[in-house]
Design a protein around this ligand. Structure first.
Ligand SMILES: [Zn+2]
Ligand SMILES: [Zn+2]
Length: 629
């Protein structure tokens, strides 16, 4: 394992990092460097697609995986999305485990090799920045692309590195030596740069920066066909209108630019590259031409590759928000269940999202924007949480249809539907009422509101135990009408909002408490007597009484349900002073009974009362003594 390696910079060609290693380690013979890194000196380091990477990765101590090196530091991602899957795999394996002879043949690029770059290119502005930041400039992948003539970041024209011929041999490692770089750019030169070239460079950059491993030649071809269809380049019988396509394409770029990119098209050639690329023939087309074609078909290359999600994950992966507006977890990503079907007409994917709260919604995909995940196409089920909430609101009997629809975030029709479905039938009368009102009005008659009110009042008087729901059922017409027109009056006159069962239960409980009350009072009276008579004086408190009877929790918590108990208890409870007086009086009584002299200081001592407290009760005790007990 190597103890030192020049870690590749962002977007640096692996070749560049090796060249820097060679320089910094101080090897004179490049073969030493090859042996150190690749285990043998017969390896020819390829600029774009280096091979034998497995050995190198081992030497680097598993700091980098093979796939990481290939993805981030070679030109592989530039070709990969446009290759058949099989060839992609072969290429990867060649880079990992083989010497790399004939690698370009495997790429299938020989025939289509265009814009071949001799030498190494750099952006003066990138280099300037790197020298400042890292003390050295390095070789970027993006600047080596065939067909990329400008830096996508700086929109500056790339320069060819002037190799010091005297020191270069066939396999000498070339690094960017500051002394040989031309770092000046003329601003008028930058202005003259063709915008299309910048766009091409940016598209190339996109290929490097994004994980497009899901793409291959087949998928790309399918996408081309979709776009050709959308753009109107397919005839009725689904064949490509090549003449129309050619005209539009050439008009889009202009012949000169195509020529500069060595991509001009011979209209009469049955195998011109535009025909080849649009027909998905077996031939491989150079990535730069794919970029030209993609930029022609879409506004931006990212819109071409973004629908990758369409094919595989039209609603992205992970979890999705519950959109039940009355659930506590509204808009929280708690849904794990998604079912994807396709729309029978459009064939677009339809996602159905089911939450544990019973709420189920669906929408047509694919999701295009972030906000799409909060879009409901259709509510398929409201679920128990939603229904219970509605039930609770309905039972409160204070919301109108529209209010409820607003609270439950649905339309009034849905409220009515569930009102009936849940068996509450709260809104079911209103239809007849409206009809009746209209009939009456049509016939010039007025609704007799007073009569309606009387009906309600009489019903309540006759059966005072009726609940609101029962009254509503008995006086459906009157109730609904008054609910709409005289809500305030109605609620003022209706009984407390309890249903019958609740009342029954309450009244049963009431009876039980009454019996309890009487029993407890009797118990307390006896306990009280015993406490007063007990040898040791005990202060009469809720606690002492409760403890004697074993009902302390009842006295502490339910005294309000026991009116007699409460009244009697409060009449006998003693304050500390009351108790001191009673204790003292008891001692006085005993002394009188025994005919002993009564001295206040003695009483105080026997009763165990502090002077300060005793002074407060002294007067009343004197009165007691003088009265003779
Ligand atoms: Zn640059
Ligand atoms: Zn939910």
């Amino acid at each position: 394992m190597l103890t030192f390696f020049t870690d590749p910079h962002e977007d640096e060609l692996l070749y560049g990092a090796i060249a820097r290693y060679h320089y910094y380690i101080g090897n004179i013979d490049y073969k030493d460097t090859l042996r150190e890194l690749f285990g043998k000196d017969s390896v020819i380091p390829s600029l774009y697609l280096p091979c034998n990477l497995e050995h190198l990765a081992k030497q680097l101590g598993k700091k980098y995986t093979l796939d990481y090196l290939i993805k981030n530091h070679t030109l592989f991602p530039f070709y990969a999305p446009f290759l058949p899957q099989e060839r992609k795999n072969t290429l990867i394996n060649t880079m990992k485990y083989e010497d790399g002879q004939g690698i370009y043949t495997r790429l299938g690029m020989i025939a289509g090799s265009i814009c071949k770059k001799e030498g190494i290119y750099y952006c003066p502005l990138c280099s300037k920045k790197e020298i400042k930041e890292y003390g050295e400039a390095y070789i970027h992948r993006i600047h080596q692309f065939q067909g990329v003539f400008v830096c996508p970041m700086h929109e500056a024209k790339l320069k060819k590195y002037k190799i010091d011929k005297t020191r270069a041999s066939r396999v000498a490692f070339i690094r960017l030596d500051e002394k040989l770089l031309e770092l000046d750019t003329e601003s008028n030169e930058r202005k003259a740069i063709d915008k299309e070239l910048v766009k091409i460079a940016q598209a190339a950059r996109y290929l490097l920066d994004n994980d497009l491993s899901a793409f291959d030649k087949e998928i790309v071809a399918k996408k081309y066909r979709e776009l050709l269809y959308e753009k109107g380049f397919l005839s009725v019988n689904k064949t490509i209108q090549q003449k129309k396509l050619y005209d539009a394409f050439v008009w889009f770029y202009g012949k000169q630019l195509l020529k500069n990119l060595e991509s001009d098209i011979d209209k009469d050639d049955e195998y011109n590259w535009l025909k080849v690329i649009s027909r998905n023939s077996k031939r491989t087309v150079h990535p730069i031409r794919h970029i030209l074609f993609i930029n022609f078909l879409t506004e931006d290359i990212k819109y071409f590759f973004k629908p990758k999600i369409d094919f595989y994950f039209p609603f992205r992966q992970g979890s999705w928000p519950c959109l039940n507006p009355v659930a506590e977890h509204y808009k929280k990503d708690i849904i794990k269940n998604i079912k994807i079907t396709s729309d029978y007409k459009t064939r677009l994917p339809v996602g159905t999202f089911s939450c544990v709260c019973g709420f189920v919604y669906s929408r047509k995909g694919p999701d295009q924007f972030k906000e799409d995940r909060y879009r409901i196409g259709r509510i398929k089920a409201f679920g128990h949480v939603w229904e219970n909430k509605l039930k609770a609101y309905l039972k409160e009997e204070k919301y109108g249809l529209r209010e409820l629809a607003r609270l439950m975030k649905c339309d009034p029709k849905t409220i009515k539907k569930f009102d009936e479905k849940l068996g509450l039938n709260y809104f079911q009368g209103s239809k007849t009422i409206v009809k009746e009102v209209m009939d009456n009005e049509n016939q010039g008659r007025q609704i007799d509101i007073q009569a309606y009110k009387d009906k309600i009042i009489n019903t309540i008087r006759e059966q005072p135990s009726l609940s609101r729901t029962q009254i509503r059922k008995l006086c459906q017409k009157e109730y609904s009408y008054l609910y709409c027109h005289e809500k305030e009056w109605l609620f003022l006159n209706l009984p407390e909002n309890m249903d019958k069962q609740e009342i029954d239960c309450k009244s049963d409980q009431r009876v039980a408490w009454d019996i309890r009350d009487t029993e407890i009072v009797e118990g307390i009276k006896e306990a009280y007597k015993k406490l007063l008579e007990s040898e040791k004086s005990v202060r009469i408190t809720k606690s002492s009484i409760g403890k004697v009877l074993g009902i302390l929790p009842t006295l502490e918590n339910y005294l309000d349900k026991l009116p007699q108990t409460k009244e009697f208890l409060y009449s006998i409870l003693e304050s500390v002073t009351d108790f001191q007086i009673r204790r003292s009086k008891r001692i006085i009584d005993e002394k009188i009974a025994k005919g002993e002299p009564i001295r206040l200081w003695e009483i105080q001592r026997l009763a165990g009362i502090r002077t300060k407290a005793f002074n407060k009760i002294k007067d009343s005790l004197e009165v007691y003594i003088n009265r003779g007990g």
